[in-house]
Design a protein around this ligand. Structure first.
Ligand code: ADP
Ligand code: MG
Length: 339
């Protein structure tokens, strides 16, 4: 016999896929928070212990899942968010690959509690390294709680590769910031080792920015509001004189999804040309909305990269929108935005 190719067993396939999706506790935070947003929660709690190495838990008051769906949610390529290729080109949800929970469950101990609003009893599901160890009815609140314990307990190389708690916590806070900025209409709380570190009531974007990033932002925001048939650009930029030496607080969201883009960053900086003190970086939180058909977010499993069909037009509109905002703020510095 010289035939040697075999299909990988599912748990092994999941473990390999997990390598891409789950790099560190912050990856778990991102995936769980995004699922809670997709489930239309209005209140989302994030609980972390030991910088997520011991526990990452997200509790939401969203749609919840049936017992069958709770079990299905752990299968790879199992999703309620797309059904056809057409759907793939008009994505409105943050998730769609159906890989996150399967990947997470392959490399951690996971406890899912979930209940549909119209049902009296919920479901409690325990999974460890892809193996479901127990599933039973349980009394629980409407919505879903997913607790991910002892990440990489079965992948020692990965576990050892994790950085200090301070570094891992920084990554978690970044993910929390992204989701909280993208959804000022949702109440978020964050508990770190049993201490409440953020309690962000639902409100306006400007209030969310200040609550998350600090009071000093209150005076430095200029509103961006550009609507074209092709794209809308909204959000806030910092006044040039408030630009900082460090490049921290710069955020792009495309159709509600945080993305990194050197190209878009360049467009924003081009608008500031000549206004920024040397070696300083402006603040911005900018939301681009355009037809999902005009973008491809399926570039990378973490979905933080994006391809625009018409990159040049996006660049031009972006720069014009920021220029406009800077001009407005010069003419009317006390403009009361977002009234
Ligand atoms: P995706 O988000 O790409 O669909 P996931 O593996 O993250 O894949 O989740 C699988 C499915 O589990 C989702 O499509 C959704 O139906 C369900 N699900 C996951 N998290 C939640 C949640 N917090 N509330 C309700 N349903 C959820
Ligand atoms: Mg998901």
């Amino acid at each position: 016999m010289s035939d040697i190719i075999q299909l990988l067993p599912e748990y092994l396939a999941n473990q390999i896929a997990a390598g891409e999706v789950v790099q560190r506790p912050a990856s778990v935070v991102k995936e769980l928070l995004e699922n809670a947003v997709d489930a239309k929660a209005t209140h989302i709690q994030l609980i972390v212990k030991e910088a997520g190495k011991q526990l990452v838990q997200v509790v939401d008051n969203g749609s919840g899942m049936s017992a069958t769906d709770a079990r299905m949610s752990l299968e790879r390529h199992a999703t309620s968010k797309i059904r056809t290729t057409d759907d793939l080109f008009r994505i409105r949800t943050l998730g769609f690959r159906g890989e996150a929970l399967a990947s997470i469950a392959a490399v951690a101990q996971v406890e899912i509690r979930t209940k549909l609003r119209q049902q009296d009893t919920g479901t409690l599901l325990l999974v460890e390294g892809s193996q479901v160890s127990s599933q039973q009815p349980t009394a629980t609140a409407d919505g879903t709680s997913i607790a991910v314990k002892n990440l990489f307990f079965n992948v020692p190389a990965r576990r050892n590769f994790l950085k200090s708690n301070a570094v891992e916590m920084r990554h978690i806070l970044d993910e929390f910031q992204h989701v909280a900025l993208a959804h000022p209409d949702i109440t978020f709380t964050l508990y770190q080792n049993d201490l409440e570190v953020f309690n962000l009531p639902a409100g306006k974007l400007s209030q969310r920015i200040v609550a998350l990033l600090g009071q000093s932002y209150k005076e430095q925001l200029a509103q961006v509001d550009e609507v074209t048939p092709f794209i809308t650009v909204k959000g806030f930029i910092g006044k040039p004189e408030a630009a900082k030496k460090s490049r921290g607080d710069q955020f792009f969201f495309v159709n509600g999804r945080f993305i990194r883009s050197a190209y878009l960053n360049h467009a924003v900086l081009a608008a500031y040309e000549g206004l920024l003190p040397r070696d300083t970086h402006p603040f911005y939180v900018l939301f681009l909305e355009l037809d999902p058909k005009a973008i491809d977010i399926n570039v990378h499993p973490t979905k933080t990269e994006i391809k625009f069909e018409d990159e040049k037009t996006v660049y031009a509109i972006m720069r014009a929108a920021v220029k406009q905002a800077l001009g407005l703020h010069n003419m009317a510095p006390s403009l009361d935005f977002e009234s």
